[in-house]
Design a protein around this ligand. Sequence first.
Ligand SMILES: NC(=O)c1ccc[n+]([C@@H]2O[C@H](COP(=O)([O-])OP(=O)(O)OC[C@H]3O[C@@H](n4cnc5c(N)ncnc54)[C@H](OP(=O)(O)O)[C@@H]3O)[C@@H](O)[C@H]2O)c1
Length: 285
Amino acid sequence: MRWMVVGAKGMLGTDLVTRLVAEGHDVMAVDRTEVDITNEASVEHAIDKVDVVVNVAAFTAVDSAEENEAEAFLTNAVGPQHLARRCKKIGARLVHISTDYVFDGSNSSPYLESGAVNPAGAYGRTKAAGEWAVRAGTDDYIIVRTAWLYGAHGTCFPKTMAELSNKNSTLSVVTDEVGQPTWTADLADLILRLVLAEVPSGTYHGTSSGRTNWHSFAQAIMTSLDKDPDIVKETTAAAFQRPAPRPSFSVLGHNQLVAVGVDPIGNWLERWNEAAPAVLAEFKD
Ligand SMILES: NC(=O)c1ccc[n+]([C@@H]2O[C@H](COP(=O)([O-])OP(=O)(O)OC[C@H]3O[C@@H](n4cnc5c(N)ncnc54)[C@H](OP(=O)(O)O)[C@@H]3O)[C@@H](O)[C@H]2O)c1
């Protein structure tokens, strides 16, 4: 099986390519200089003779998307449309990564894969449009919605907390946003398992199991750094205004994974404890 990973130098892409190579798969890893997904000619020229294309390229700057929605739309919606058309033409399966931001966060029970999307901000609107572009463009796709990603190869919440804790005696972190911290290495493993299991085309949720809030996650990060978790103080989203709205409830259900016999990712805290040495390596003595 021949794989192509598009957007391969990002946080998820780096872990995915590492994993595929480690498992002995034939992988072409391309970044924006080799395949710019917003340019259909670039997509058509570069993507050929592959069995699976994984799109991990995206405009991921959530706040910046509020001011630059057209640019975000080009990458998050038009780009996936180009990829879907190309995959259909060459008979490749498209794996496309989406987000909890397609939901408005007003639920109190886990979002179903089939739940109606209702994004609250520009980033979520563009990602929701990308999902539809994939569904409309090809019959052979796997959409994986993920959330609260962290990894060793990018800017992420655990590294930000580690940096802040080196500069400040206390940190204020919100308690009223709930979600599922998810390690990019675990998501890479799930993507591989979904493809190898030849699951039916559809939408799947790729997040850790269980749930927490940012404050509790920050405390777990301090514990991993051998720091006092009580330096993390409680605050609320209302006191911490940012340009883009954040969903207050980002818990995704894993019913579709279970239905196709693919194990969901494990509990968020167990997975964090496994991930922490790699993700926080640069902060450890
Ligand atoms: N991070 C999270 O917490 C989170 C949560 C939910 C969902 N997701 C989704 O997960 C996926 C992976 O996220 P990530 O955090 O790994 O993202 P990331 O680190 O920001 O990486 C995105 C990659 O996409 C590339 N890219 C951007 N525009 C491109 C274009 N036009 N053509 C080709 N490549 C392009 C970027 O290259 P440049 O460096 O050249 O810009 C970068 O290498 C995305 O679909 C994202 O929406 C992420």
